[in-house]
Design a protein. Structure first.
Length: 200
């Protein structure tokens, strides 16, 4: 049988993948290529950026909290004070009551400390004071610093993940709208905007 006029070209069949190597996927649009490229970029951001952001933010918060811990520990100390009157109140919640103590310089100081209701006058209570003799809260501990570091690191990780997802969703929305617009333009015989009825 003669091959003249045959729609098939003589010779061995082309190797698998030759057509894709020459022209690529003819059905793949520019928006599809951009979407694939953007997906890879966001994946790199998640794989590399998420742990980096979490560790960096957590470590920064931890070091800042530890600086506060060291500063407060150097500026605050405990003293033993005496109640100057019986603490009033009938419930279990602590309430401020007047106290008095003598500092290392022999100066008599007064202030208010939280004690249980009904604590009798002249009872000894431990209070935290500053260098100038003002009653204050206990200094921050290393547990607070560690908790702060983990909390900030977790929030940074969630922020990177949420930002990546928002970027992905926004990109898909823009690309889908552009694809629908191109579809309407290519099929001009159809009622304009008909594809919008089928959009997700």
């Amino acid at each position: 049988m003669s091959t003249q006029g045959s729609p098939y070209t003589p010779g061995p069949p082309p190797r698998r993948g030759d057509h894709a190597a020459k022209g690529g996927n003819s059905l793949r649009r520019a928006s599809d290529r951009f979407e694939c490229w953007m997906r890879r970029v966001l994946m790199v951001v998640l794989v590399l950026g998420l742990p980096a952001a979490a560790v960096s933010a957590g470590r920064t918060a931890y070091e800042a909290s530890m600086h506060t811990v060291r500063t407060q520990a150097a500026e605050r100390h405990q003293v033993t004070a005496r109640l100057t009157s019986t603490a009033e109140g009938g419930d279990w919640a602590k309430r401020p009551a007047p106290v008095r103590w003598t500092d290392v310089d022999g100066v008599v100081r007064t202030g208010a400390a939280l004690v249980r209701p009904g604590t009798p006058k002249s009872s000894a209570v431990r209070v935290w004071v500053t260098r100038d003799g003002q009653v204050t809260d206990p200094p921050t501990t290393t547990i607070n610093a560690t908790t702060s570091g983990w909390l900030v690191g977790g929030m940074a990780a969630l922020g990177v993940a949420g930002g990546s997802y928002a970027a992905w969703a926004g990109m898909r929305l823009v690309l889908d709208r552009r694809r629908y617009a191109q579809w309407d333009a290519e099929w001009g015989l159809v009622e304009p905007g008909w594809s919008a009825r089928f959009r997700p």
